[in-house]
Write a protein that binds this ligand. Structure first.
Ligand SMILES: Cc1cc2nc3c(=O)[nH]c(=O)nc-3n(C[C@H](O)[C@H](O)[C@H](O)COP(=O)(O)OP(=O)(O)OC[C@H]3O[C@@H](n4cnc5c(N)ncnc54)[C@H](O)[C@@H]3O)c2cc1C
Length: 259
């Protein structure tokens, strides 16, 4: 991380405990990323939508894309459950559902859904002050004001959204293992949530124009870090559409790299 210019401080156990007294004492140490930030994803998405609506962008919720019409190298119509739409430029950003959407355009996107869970509780008395990634357990603990969120697990179960209690319990066990002061028995649970992460074979997103159509851009497959990569993805998509040089070389994200 340091070699590519990202600040990372290696801390011993005393330094970790000075930052977060609730972390168990027999750990080897930790790494602090001072430039990292965190947010409440739902509030971020709602806030973004409000900003866009203020700029007269029309957002059609509950409107499912069911197919396309094409003419030569152009996608001319997007067919949805709420009518047909035409546009000069089309961005396909359907997360784990992108392969099914792209199929109608004969574009094969190897993306698999990987289910993850989060458990949100009312912030307990001994809540950590900063987000912590429990490295071996791959569980994230994120304080968000009044609430505390535990998230983790990568379950390959297709589009099955059922909740596997063993997975939920494993996340909670990891929390109590690393942060023994958190009293699991008395946590006030707000919600168990699950979502599907869009995973690609090489862990990189598909980001760019498709070879077959001149007015279609694909932005999908951001796996476990789609929220972090959302802003830069939006910027790169806008650069592609405006025919500007993308600010990052997108060769590795080529949409057809597996064909
Ligand atoms: C438990 C968990 C924790 C995570 N933690 C983090 C984290 O800490 N940091 C981070 O950066 N990322 C995190 N992620 C990953 C992040 O959520 C994803 O990478 C991100 O949501 C992908 O964004 P997306 O817009 O590509 O897809 P999505 O967010 O899945 O959005 C795709 C949208 O397309 C819609 N859609 C599907 N089919 C159609 C259709 N036919 N027509 C119209 N719309 C359709 C869906 O309803 C959905 O709204 C986490 C994920 C999970 C599950």
């Amino acid at each position: 991380m340091q070699s590519i210019g990202i600040e990372a401080e290696i801390l011993d156990v005393t330094e970790v405990q000075a930052l977060e007294p609730g972390v168990r004492a027999d750990i080897a140490g930790g790494v602090l990323y001072p430039q990292d930030a965190h947010l409440d994803p739902a509030r971020f998405v709602r806030g973004l939508a409000q900003q866009l609506e203020r700029k007269d962008v029309e957002i059609r919720t509950s409107t499912e894309v069911i197919g396309f019409e094409t003419s030569g190298r152009r996608v001319t119509v997007v067919e949805t459950t709420r009518g047909d739409f035409s546009a000069e430029e089309i961005v396909l950003a359907g997360g784990a559902w992108s392969p099914g959407i792209a199929e109608d355009l004969q574009i094969d996107l190897p993306i698999q859904p990987a289910k993850g869970y989060s458990i949100t509780v009312k912030s307990p008395e001994r809540s950590p002050a900063i987000p912590i990634m429990l490295a071996e357990a791959k569980v994230a603990v994120t304080p968000m004001g009044e609430i505390l969120r535990f998230a983790g697990t990568l379950e390959m179960a297709g589009f099955d959204l059922s909740i596997n209690r063993r997975r939920v319990d494993a996340i909670l066990r990891a929390v109590s293992d690393y942060l023994p002061e958190i009293d699991l028995e008395n946590l006030e649970r707000i919600e168990i949530w699950r979502g599907l992460r869009p995973c690609t074979p090489d862990g990189l997103p598909f980001l760019g124009r498709s070879r077959m159509y001149d007015n279609l851009t694909i932005a999908a497959g951001h796996a476990t870090i789609g929220l972090s990569l959302g802003p830069i993805t939006g910027k790169l998509v806008s650069q592609l559409i405006m025919d500007e040089e993308p600010s990052i070389d997108l060769t590795l994200c080529n949409v057809e790299r597996f064909h």
